[in-house]
Design a protein around this ligand. Structure first.
Ligand SMILES: [Zn+2]
Length: 407
């Protein structure tokens, strides 16, 4: 059979469903959560297979619906396989499983449905070669059994995005609500969200670079490279910053080509958690990736319209990329999940992605129905409203087409 979102077999067999949505809600994501906390990512990273299971991508069955033969079905033996898929946009990739029972890299694993620990409900995957792959679940103890479910993903190498965090405040107004430790936790959470598409925020290694104006001081300590502060920021930049003031904020301590993550108090639109100002061009901004890739059979491309923005470039600062984060994400310690989500969301804007919407001009929230694909659409990380986790395969391709990665 062809790959599908979820396959319901005859009623003598349990049905198995992969959930393309993460069930991970923002209030459950912590800085100390595993990097692979989001299951069923659209991207499977190329890793040293010996990397801890905490880093390998995790593909899990979201639900196993027992048939009439409940007990028997929950003990059904299944065999997982993975193979490359050719595509006109993405070439065939290679990936393997990490067998948690034997701690070796394998091409197939056999387990028992219902046995969450041992290759039953879920398996760990790592990539060997970039490209499109499909994970398939076969009934029985070998790969010749009937395929009861499959899951598509793209094997990717990890792309590192250098950043500088700028903590802006004013020494007299008590505005310094976020600390170095807060910002580090927020970045750690953002990297959990971004892991789905093989993108990782890394501190700018050149800690000594300073612009001529609007300098910021590096926070001392070798573990704090990439984090800066300025306690004399202008009130109009810190509070209710309009677009121009957000742009001004992103110039503090700016290092060309390095993404600026600037903490201020609030943005003029009081419902705004974060605002991206400048970003490079994206190879897909003119051609788009619409209609080129369908993650699941039956997915209607019209429902998944995605727009990729052309670069927004300041001619005086052609490599100024960045965004501001406002206090609206909540308590800097309690709400690390929300802050991390906001940073991941804004970074996708920096990479050229616009909000996921059925109609780019109209941020309407589609109503989920029996077709789960709509639910996936609704739960996207870059939806304008709502704190959802999923970044889908189209977005993976588009985000990684950013000129930020050209150097
Ligand atoms: Zn947005």
């Amino acid at each position: 059979m062809d790959s599908s979102f979820g396959y319901v077999s005859d009623k003598n067999t349990s049905s198995v469903t992969f959930d393309p949505l993460s069930s991970l809600s923002v209030d459950r994501v912590k800085a100390t959560s595993r990097l692979n906390s989001i299951s069923n990512p659209s991207g499977i990273p190329i890793l040293d297979p010996k990397t801890l299971n905490a880093e390998n991508a995790k593909v899990t069955c979201a639900s196993i619906v027992p048939s009439a033969k409940t007990q028997e079905d929950l003990q059904t033996v299944v065999t997982w396989t993975i193979r490359g898929v050719d595509d006109d946009l993405v070439k065939s990739g290679k990936a393997q499983f990490w067998d948690t029972k034997t701690n070796v890299a394998v091409d197939t694993v056999t387990g028992t449905l219902g046995d969450t620990a041992n290759n039953g409900n879920g398996i760990f995957v790592f990539g060997n070669q970039e490209g499109r792959v499909v994970v398939e679940v076969h009934l029985g103890k070998d790969k010749d059994g009937e395929i009861i479910a499959s899951y598509e993903a793209i094997v990717v190498s990890i792309k590192k995005v250098p950043f500088r965090v700028q903590l802006l405040y004013n020494g007299t107004d008590g505005a310094k609500t976020r600390t170095l430790e807060d910002a580090k936790a927020h970045i750690a959470v953002a990297n959990i969200y971004l892991r789905q598409i093989g993108i990782e925020l890394v501190p700018d290694s050149d800690a000594d670079y300073q612009p001529k104006d609007n300098r910021t001081a590096p926070l001392p300590g070798k573990d704090n490279v990439g984090y800066f502060f300025n306690k004399d920021a202008d009130a109009q930049i810190l509070q209710k910053a309009n677009f121009d003031k957000v742009v001004a904020a992103t110039k503090y301590g700016h290092h060309p080509g390095v993404v600026q993550i600037v903490y201020i108090q609030s943005i003029s639109d009081e419902n705004t958690y974060g605002a991206t100002t400048n970003h490079p061009d994206n190879m897909y901004s003119k051609t788009g990736v619409k209609d080129k890739f369908v993650r699941f059979e039956g997915q209607d491309p019209e429902e998944l319209t995605m727009n990729v923005a052309e670069g927004k470039i300041d001619k005086d600062n052609p490599e100024l990329w960045g965004f501001a984060i406002a206090n609206l994400s909540g308590d800097p310690k309690e709400d690390v999940g929300t802050y991390g989500h906001t940073i991941a969301h804004e970074l996708l804007h920096v990479l050229g992605l616009e909000h996921r919407s059925a109609d780019a001009d109209e941020d309407r929230m589609p109503v989920p129905d029996a077709n789960k694909l709509r639910a996936q659409y609704r739960k996207n990380l870059i939806y304008k409203v709502g704190l959802y986790a999923d970044i889908d395969a189209w977005q993976l391709i588009a985000a990684r087409g950013s000129d930020l990665f050209k150097k």
